[in-house]
Design a protein around this ligand. Structure first.
Ligand code: CO8
Length: 258
C-alpha cells in the first residue's frame, strides 16, 4: 500500500512507520491519521511483524494537529467529524508493542501521539510540549490526561499552562522518555531495541503490554490478579517450556511465538 503522508517498511520482524509531511513538520490531519490507522492495522494483522516503530523526521516527530486545517472548523464540524481523533483509538487497539522514536518537535497532538505509544525513545534534540494554550484551546487528545500520568501533576500543569517545551533531558528525567540517544543514533538504536524485543515470544510481549496498560485502569488488587492469571497462562505455551529449558540447558532459546 502506498500512502501520501507516511512511509512504511519492514525490517525482519519490525514494522517501521515514518510520518512524512515534511513541509508542515508532520502536522497531523485527517488523511495522515486515517493512513496511520491503516498502516498500524496492517502491521498488527501481519503475523511475521512482532514490534512496530513509529517515527518522524530529524526535525519533527509531529508539530501537532494541522492548524491550517483546523482554524476554520465550526463546533459542529469538529464534533461531528471528530477532527484527527476519529482514528485515535486505532492506536489504542494495537496489541503488539508500538515504540515511538522521537527526534525534534513532539508538540500538541504530536506529543499526545507519542504518549499513545508504549515506549518513547528520544533523540537528544527532542522537544515535547502542549502549546495549545497559545492557540486558544486546550490539549484535546490526551495531553491533560496522559501527560500528568507520565510526568506528574506539577509538570503537566506547568507545561499546559505555559505552553513551554520540555527538553529531551528533562523529559527523560520526568519519566516521559525511556532512553535518550544522540540524534544520529536514535532510529538505528530504536530499531535494534525493537529487533531485540521481536526475538522474544510475541504472546509474552502482548501480555506484558496488556498487563501494564491495566496498571493505569484497575485497582491494584485487580491488576495484580490479572497479571497473575496471565503469568499462569504462559505455562500453556511452547515458549515458556522452551525459554526455561534453554536457561537450564545453557543454550539460546528457540522461540516459536506460540
Ligand atoms: N500545523 C500546521 N502547520 C505547521 C504546524 C502545525 N501544527 N507546525 C508547523 N507548521 C508549518 C509552519 O506553518 C511552516 O510552514 P511554512 O513553511 O509554510 O511557513 C512549517 O511548518 C515550518 O514551521 P516553522 O517555520 O514554524 O518552523 P520553526 O522551526 O521556526 O518552528 C515550531 C517550529 C516551534 C514547531 C513551530 O512551527 C510551531 O510552533 N508550530 C506549531 C506547534 C503547535 O502549536 N502545535 C499544537 C497544535 S494544536 C494541537 O496539536 C491540538 C491537538 C488536539 C487534537 C485533538 C482534537 C479533538
Amino acid at each position: 500500500m502506498t500512502y501520501t503522508t507516511l512511509l512504511t517498511e519492514e525490517q525482519g520482524a519490525v514494522g517501521l512507520i515514518r510520518l512524512n509531511r515534511p513541509a508542515v513538520l508532520n502536522a497531523l490531519n485527517d488523511t495522515l491519521m486515517d493512513e496511520l490507522g491503516h498502516a498500524l492495522t496492517a502491521f498488527e494483522q501481519q503475523a511475521e511483524i512482532r514490534v512496530i516503530v513509529l517515527t518522524g523526521s530529524d526535525k519533527a516527530f509531529a508539530a501537532g494537529a494541522d492548524i491550517a486545517a483546523m482554524r476554520d472548523l465550526s463546533f459542529m464540524q469538529a464534533y461531528q467529524t471528530d477532527f484527527i481523533t476519529r482514528n485515535w483509538e486505532t492506536l489504542k487497539r494495537i496489541r503488539k508493542p508500538v515504540l515511538a522514536a522521537v527526534a525534534g518537535f513532539a508538540l500538541g497532538g504530536g506529543c499526545e501521539l507519542a504518549m499513545m505509544c508504549d515506549v518513547i525513545y528520544a533523540a537528544d534534540n527532542a522537544k515535547f510540549g502542549q502549546p495549545e494554550v497559545k492557540l486558544g484551546v486546550l490539549p484535546g487528545a490526551g495531553g491533560t490526561q496522559r501527560l500528568p500520568r507520565a510526568v506528574g501533576k506539577a509538570k503537566a500543569m506547568d507545561l499546559c499552562f505555559t505552553g513551554r517545551m520540555l527538553t529531551a533531558q528533562e523529559a527523560e528525567q520526568a519519566g516521559l522518555v525511556a532512553r535518550l540517544f544522540p540524534a544520529a543514533e536514535l532510529l538505528p538504536e530504536t530499531l535494534k531495541i525493537a529487533q531485540q524485543m521481536a526475538a522474544y515470544p510475541l504472546q509474552t510481549l502482548m501480555m506484558i503490554k496488556e498487563s501494564i496498560q491495566r496498571a493505569y485502569e484497575l485497582p491494584l488488587q485487580e491488576g495484580l490478579l490479572y497479571e497473575r492469571r496471565l503469568f499462569q497462562a504462559c505455562f500453556a505455551t511452547h515458549d515458556q517450556k522452551e525459554g526455561m529449558s534453554a536457561f537450564l540447558e545453557k543454550r539460546p532459546a528457540q522461540f516459536k511465538h506460540e
